[in-house]
Every structure is written in structure tokens, then in C-alpha cells.
Ligand binder design. Sequence first.
Ligand code: PAF
Length: 281
Amino acid sequence: MKIINHITDIQDELKTVRFKNKTIAFVPTMGNLHQGHLELIKQAGQLADIVVVSIFVNPGQFGPAEDYDSYPRTLQQDIDSMQAYQVDFVFAPDSREIYPEGNLNSTKVSNVDLSSLHCGQSRPIFFTGVATVVAKLFNIILPDVAVFGQKDFQQLTIIRQMVNDLNYPIKIHGVATIREKDGLAMSSRNAYLSPSDRKTAAHIYQILSQLKQRIELGEVNFDQLQMDAGKMLSNNGFDVDYVHIVASDTLLPPIHASNGLVILLAAFLNGTRLIDNIILE
Ligand code: PAF
């Protein structure tokens, strides 16, 4: 596993890889790796010859009042946890390397339809920040396939759309959410939760699962279902951001209450923002 900090160095390494006709799988992360990330890395190893993992806490996707400064930076621990997997290169640039002017880019990649929905309502710059940095990382790494978690369902949808719209010759591979034993989706931000909030957080998946079951049993009044879920979350001490039942391809309200749905949810627990979703085939 080679740790590389500079763009020109990773580009040189990967030129050699490509010259040998080897394929590249790329896993972009912000570090503080947990089992969810390690599953992405494991699957990346099954998809191509060479695995590149980036670790970059992207300032471009944090709002002014968000946790950019306090976001956990655990590079050595991350490197240790990747030893058990096939990781050929870790690309860990600093912020000046990615944004040399220090003031982020004036060129941005933005999905004008999807970026303002759902999470975009309370995090207006988030998806543009994500799409911009992922576009930059794709241009640096030039992977054959890139791997993202379904936990960030809206992010995954926006990346798929970006690749499609901008003709990136990159396959996007989505990986099912890895959960703790009580159902809580793994996330770096779970570390912010107090022990009692950590227990409460398990309600998110229970509520999503209940909603899924009710839809599968034939309920079609989605407004009612969304409201019920919101009430259950509030009763358990969450500040609800949203619960939306939408079509899994467009992320818009479904026209037909049949298949291809996803329930997206975001809620705060004592200031920690948690997101999750459940897919209905
Ligand atoms: O999902 C994440 O960790 C980040 O949004 C990503 C895709 C690495 C971009 O910074």
C-alpha cells in the first residue's frame, strides 16, 4: 500500500498501472473509516486489478456552521484498518493540493435538479461540493469503476447522473448499507452520539422498516406514512429534517405507488445529523 499526497505522484503511478493494461477501482472517502467503508474497499478489490482509496475531508461540501474543523481525521488508524484489504494506493492530499487558490474552485459541478431536494434543503452547498470534488478526483485518478455506499442515496444518485451527463467513462458501483447489530447505519458521525443517543439512534432503522412494511402491505397514502414516521421520530427525541418516500431513480414523488421506491430520512439527535434510507424493490 503506497500513501501518496500529491496529484502528480498519483498520476505518475497510475500511468504505469494503465500502461500495464490493469484496471482501476476507486473508493473516494473522507477517512475515519468504519466497516461500511471497508466493505466498499473489499468490493472494489473484486471489480478491478488495482484499488485506489482517497482520504480527503473536502472543505467544499461543508456549510459554514457545519463540522469541517471537528470532522475526525484519523489517517494512521485508517491506514491500519486497510491493511487487511487489497489497497494499492491511498491518495491523501491536503486541502491546498486540491484547492490551490485556497478559496475552493470558481468552476463547480452542480446538479440543478437534484441538489436542492431532500438533504439539499438544509445543506444547500453540500451536493455541489460533493459533485465538484468527485469530478476532480475522477479526473485525477481516471478510474474504470468507482464505488459508493447506498447509505448516501442522494449522493449516489447525483454521482450516477453526473457520470451520465458529463460522459465520464466510469462505472459506478453502489454498495448496500452496512449496519450495526441494532440496525443503525454505520457512519463516521455516529461517534458524535452519547451512549444514550446511540441507543435512541436505532429507532431510525426501525421506523424505516415499519414504513417499508406498511407500503408492502398495500398502504398508498404516502403523506400519512411520512407524517407518522415524523411523529415517531419526534416522540423519540429526534428533530426531524425530513422523511420522503420517492421514486428511487428520480428522487421525486412517485407517480405510481408500486415498485422502485426509496424512503429517505434525515433527523438530528442532539445536534448530530443522521441520514438513512430503505429501498423498496
Ligand atoms: O461520501 C463521502 O465520504 C464524501 O461525500 C465523498 C464522496 C468522499 C466526497 O467528498
